[in-house]
Design a protein around this ligand. Structure first.
Ligand code: CA
Length: 227
């Protein structure tokens, strides 16, 4: 999962980015409305955290521009405590949720997880496929109840496929959602990560669809295969 943080307060931007990275997301950052709008229009983020008070172009105008351009990416807006009208205008412009400053990072993380799973029609933060459980809240993966230690890239890859269970995901799409923009991207590494994941999980829930990409089938189908 890849996120964008648009916040002009440098300290706050850094805090958000480091909390998101620790939680296992790839993160890009922008410090003003123009850069933020450009990134949101050109990069395929899974969710965006957008401050309302921004230099060059305010958050509301940025959000309106994204929605006008047909971007449906979930957007969490950051509003000042005394600006209740920000929330109303923000929702009307297409925001999906908001957090009031000052906030606890835990709350922002919880709201983001909710946005990400709602975007794919999933009701809880646990994703299961056969014996494999991905707990997006704790950021961990269990096989038959036993924790499996994954690197952040392996975790992101598995999380992305599990959020999109039942759909074939191309290598290009994986690359776009696993790495931030500064990362030296190489779609061949995806194959390496998939190989390592299969080994660590000890069960092959990730299917290769030749020429198309990878898919984790819905739990029913995987259980059915064993019978
Ligand atoms: Ca601001």
């Amino acid at each position: 999962m890849r996120l964008l943080v648009v916040e002009d307060d440098r300290d706050l931007n850094r805090q958000l980015v480091s909390a998101f990275e620790q939680a296992g997301y790839a993160v890009d950052r922008a410090f003003d409305g123009e850069d933020g709008q450009f990134l949101g229009e050109t990069e395929p983020y899974d969710a965006i955290v957008l401050d309302m008070g921004l230099p060059k172009k305010d958050g509301l105008r940025v959000l309106e521009a994204w929605r006008k351009a047909g971007k449906t990416t979930p957007v969490l807006i950051l509003t000042a405590r005394d600006r209740w009208s920000d929330k109303v205008e923000g929702f009307d412009a297409g925001a999906d949720d908001y957090v009031t400053k000052p906030f606890h990072l835990e709350e922002v993380l919880a709201r983001l997880r909710a946005l990400l799973r709602r975007a794919v029609g999933h009701a809880t933060s646990e994703f299961c496929c056969g014996p494999v459980t991905l707990d997006a809240r704790a950021g961990r993966v269990l096989v038959d109840g036993n924790p499996v230690k994954l690197t952040s890239h392996e975790y992101r890859l598995l999380a992305y496929l599990m959020h999109h269970m039942g759909r074939v995901v191309s290598r290009t799409e994986l690359v776009e959602h696993l790495y931030d923009q500064d990362f030296d991207r190489d779609s061949n590494t995806i194959e390496v990560f998939v190989g390592r994941l299969r080994k660590k999980l000890g069960i092959d829930i990730i299917e290769t669809v030749r020429g198309l990409g990878y898919v984790i089938s819905s739990p029913a189908k995987v259980q059915g295969q064993g019978k």
